[in-house]
Structure formats: C-alpha cells, structure tokens
Design a binder for this molecule. Structure first.
Ligand code: ATP
Length: 487
C-alpha cells in the first residue's frame, strides 16, 4: 500500500463525514468501534445501491423472489448451520498491551514487511497451519518470526485461541434456571433466514427449481480486528441471494452467477481492471467451490462479494435438526432414466455482497481531487464525487441565480414538477460557483440555474458535474433528460 493511497483513503473518510455520508456511531460519546451511522446523503446512496441490487435480482429475474426474515432466529438455526461450532477466528493476545489480534492479520501485516519470496513462504506456511488448525504451530510461527505487537513492541503472546464471532443476547423476560435456554444470537449472515423459509417461499410463490430467494438486511459479527472504516464493521448489511438448483447442475450455475455478478458491477461503469476474481483454494467446509469478486480499494485489492457453491449442506442440516423435510419434488423428466427427477434436496449457489462494502467501493471509485487552472495562472482543487447518476443521492439541483425577480418561484415550479420522479434539491444561498462545488462534493450529476433569460424564453442552464460543461435547455426538456440519464 503506497502512502498516497492511504492518504486517499483518509481523505475519503474525512469527506464522508464532512458531507453527511457516514458518521462514527454515537460520536458525542466518542463513538463505538467499527459501528457507523449513515447521514442524509449516505442513507440515500445506500438505499439507491440496495434498490439497484434488489431490482436487478428480483424484478429482472422471473425466477427470483425476495424475503425479509427477522434478525432473531431460533437458536437451533445456528447449531444446524455450523455457526455455533465453527464461526470463529483464531486470535492471540499480547500480554503486555492486552491487544487482541486475528492471527492471520498479524502474520499478514508482518509478511508485508518482508521481501517477496520470504513473504510468500510465510503466508503459505500460515495458511497450511490454519487449515490444519494446528494452533500451537501457528504460535511458534509467530515467535520464530519475532512478530511484535504494534502497541507494546513486545513478543509476549498468549496461546492462539478460537473466538466465536456471533453476538449473543437474552430473549424474553422469563427467568430460567438454565440461562442457556434464553440465549439468542444476532444473525451473522442473512442466508439462514432464506434456508429456513425455503419451502414456505417455494410453495407460496409457486417456484420451480432452479429458482432464487433474495434478501437484504443487517448482519452482526463481533470482528476481532475491526478497522478500515466501513470495510469491516461489527454491524453491517448484506445483500444475499440463494439460488436453488438440481444436484449436478451446480457447476454450471456457479459459472452463470460468477459472470452475472461481474456484469452487475460493470453495469455501473466501473472499469474491469479495477476488479479481479479470487478463487478460494480451500472453500469453507460446506462448499464445493467458492471465490470472491475483489475490487482495488485505496487499501488494495479486497473482497467485496463472495460467490459460494454451498451444496445441499444447509438444507440438509436444517432437515436433520428440525426433523422437517426440506425437499423439492421435481417432475421434469430425467433423460438418462426416462423418469421424473423426483424428490431431492436442492443444491445452492449463493451470491453475497456487503452493502456497506459496495458503498465504500462506490465512494472509492467516485472520489476525485481535480486540479483546475484558473484564469490568473494559479490553480485550485475541485473535490468531486463521480457517483454513477443512477446511484447519486441527489439527481438534480435547482438553483435560482438570485433570490429575487421571481426566479425562486420559477425554480420551485420546476422542482415541484420533477420531484416525484427523482430526488431534487433546491438552494438559493451563496454564489452560484459555491453552490456548484457543494453539489460536486456530494455527487449531484446535474445542476440547473434559473436566471433572467429564463423569464424571457423559458430556458435554463444545465451544468454537468463530470465535465463542468454548461448548455441551455428548455424547461420542458429537463425532466426527460434527467430520467434518461439515470435509467
Ligand atoms: P472477510 O473475509 O472480509 O471477513 P467473509 O469472507 O467472512 O469476509 P462472507 O461471510 O462471505 O465474508 O460475507 C459476504 C460479504 O459480506 C462479504 O463479501 C463482505 O462484502 C460482507 N461482509 C462480511 N463481513 C463484513 C464486515 N465485518 N463488515 C462489512 N461487510 C462485511
């Protein structure tokens, strides 16, 4: 990571706060680590990303429907899914600073300081030991490399232990002798709310395999090392889709969704070279294939979305634990046998993207500090968010040149005519140049200015955010132009 990129990352964080996108949670109490609130323009942008995903999944696919499952689920759900036993990260504490590290992060940070070959050897040794769950050997690896705590500067480490990432809370007011009876978890992923509803959805929406169920919603993980702004949060939002298919067809569907999801990202106009595909050498225990779509954030290439071939693991587990059948009767004819495929537990391809991470991706891609030459030979910097118009919080700013001569009334009329179609913003304070810059900083793609000529010929000036070019346009054409650009 170059210093420059880190500067850009810090600039984005500061900009997000200053312009009402993202605030630290409960900031007046000094914040809560890895929890964030979205401000006026952040909540609009987040909603627009969610809507764009939701529409592309449900409205654009006849065989995908949505659900909105509760965050709380029966605790057995998490036993069946494997989260109670397996959803943990190995961690280690420094005895002097009391700081806790995820061991993979600690070793990876050290590896970054080594020459390429040594770094690769260390990482591959680490991956091997973690896969074998040989934690004593992982500790030895840390000691052998003399890896130190960044705070205390010492190598005085505890043993490596597993740390479950699920948040627990108590459910209901009934006191029980056995406290375990009342424990519920905050869901660490939205997927399980889809699996337990598999038959409800299949029957009520009359779906035929292959079909998908989409869901967006909050998920919670007690991440050990939560830093890097909204990249890794303890409370975040996921957009997940589980696609149920006939056993044996999962490879084909995996490829289909891998490609479809890549196209979704590219449809936002983000250059292909900013993405790369990272196949998992060793997928999670329940998967037969998996990989990540990575994006080049200012902090390097990192996962934004996972595509997982989850086999029939989840449905089979829920079947076993609930003792309820979660099967599908397929009356299509199997050409090999000449008979219907019959009853089976479908296989599942999952696409899982973090909404907050996608938000950070959009900000990272959009943020630009542009140097502009001024007439007197000096230069100035324009900070602009080049957010794709369809995702921009505000689509159109309507600005009367002055507060008098009836210009505000005309501007208000335009606003009233357009606001039912897209988000408009009216502003009459400050010089026009200043107002343009404020709109640039929050990513508004179009500004129109109502001036004295408007009164004569019913035209306004439209100014384009990205090029700063301006042209005159009849008032009657505004709505269609903006609608067309945000389609
Ligand atoms: P990571 O390796 O970064 O911890 P993961 O592989 O555990 O992520 P998944 O369980 O596959 O992630 O979750 C799917 C998506 O949810 C991720 O691609 C990411 O976009 C998002 N996500 C996961 N954990 C977090 C988090 N703590 N904060 C924000 N987004 C997250």
């Amino acid at each position: 990571m170059s210093t420059n990129d880190n500067n850009k990352f810090q600039a984005i964080i500061a900009h997000a706060k200053e312009y009402g996108f993202v605030f630290p949670s409960s900031e007046i109490y000094d914040g809560l680590s890895a929890v964030y609130d979205y401000g006026p323009w952040g909540s609009e942008l987040k909603k627009n990303i969610r809507d764009y995903w939701w529409k592309s999944m449900t409205q654009m696919h006849e065989n995908i429907v949505g659900v909105d499952a509760a965050i709380f689920m029966h605790p057995t759900t998490w036993k069946a899914s494997g989260h109670v036993d397996n959803f943990s990260d190995p961690m280690i504490d420094n005895k002097d600073s009391k700081k806790r590290y995820r061991v993979d992060h600690l070793i990876e940070a050290h590896a970054e300081t080594l020459p390429e070959q040594e770094s690769a050897a260390l990482l591959s040794e680490m991956e091997k030991l973690l896969a074998e769950e040989d934690f004593a050997a992982v500790k030895k690896l840390i000691e052998d490399h003399k890896i130190k705590c960044s705070i205390s500067g010492t190598a005085n480490w505890t043993d490596v232990r597993q740390f479950n990432l699920m948040f627990k809370t108590e459910f209901g007011a009934v006191a029980s002798d056995n406290q375990e009876d009342n424990i519920v978890y905050l869901r660490p992923e939205t997927a399980q709310g889809i699996f337990v509803n598999f038959l409800n959805v299949q029957k009520t929406a009359r779906m035929k395999v292959p079909f998908g169920i989409a869901q967006t919603g909050k998920a919670f993980r007690n991440e050990i090392v939560a830093r890097q702004f909204i990249f890794r949060m303890r409370e975040f939002e996921q957009m997940e889709m589980q696609f149920f298919c006939r056993p044996g067809t999962q490879k084909e569907w995996f490829e289909y969704w891998k490609n479809a999801r890549k196209q979704w990202h590219l449809s936002l106009g983000i250059p292909e070279e900013k993405y790369r595909w990272h196949p998992h050498a060793k997928p999670a225990f329940y998967a037969d294939n998996a990989g990540d779509i990575e994006y080049e954030f200012p902090i390097g290439f990192k996962e934004v979305e996972g595509i997982h071939s989850r086999t029939d693991y989840d449905l089979t587990q829920h079947q076993t634990y609930s003792k309820k059948k979660l099967q599908y009767f397929d009356n299509d004819i199997d050409e090999a046998t000449g008979k219907p495929y019959g009853n089976y537990v479908p296989y599942v391809i999952e696409t899982s993207i973090g909404l907050d991470r996608m938000f950070l991706l959009i900000l990272s891609q959009a943020y630009d500090e542009e140097t502009l030459a001024k007439e007197d030979g000096s230069s100035e910097t324009r900070t602009v968010l080049r957010i794709p118009p369809k995702l921009a919080p505000i689509k159109l700013a309507i600005l009367p040149l002055t507060k008098k001569d009836g210009l505000p009334e005309i501007a208000r009329n335009i606003m009233n005519n357009c606001r039912d179609e897209f988000y408009c913003f009216y502003e009459e304070k400050d010089a026009i140049g200043k107002r343009y810059r404020r709109m640039d900083a929050i990513g508004t793609p179009f500004c129109i200015t109502v001036d004295h000529q408007t009164k004569e010929d019913n035209t306004v000036t439209i100014r384009y955010r990205d090029t700063m070019t301006q042209e005159r346009l009849p008032i009657a054409a505004i709505k269609e132009l903006v609608k067309d650009k945000i389609k």
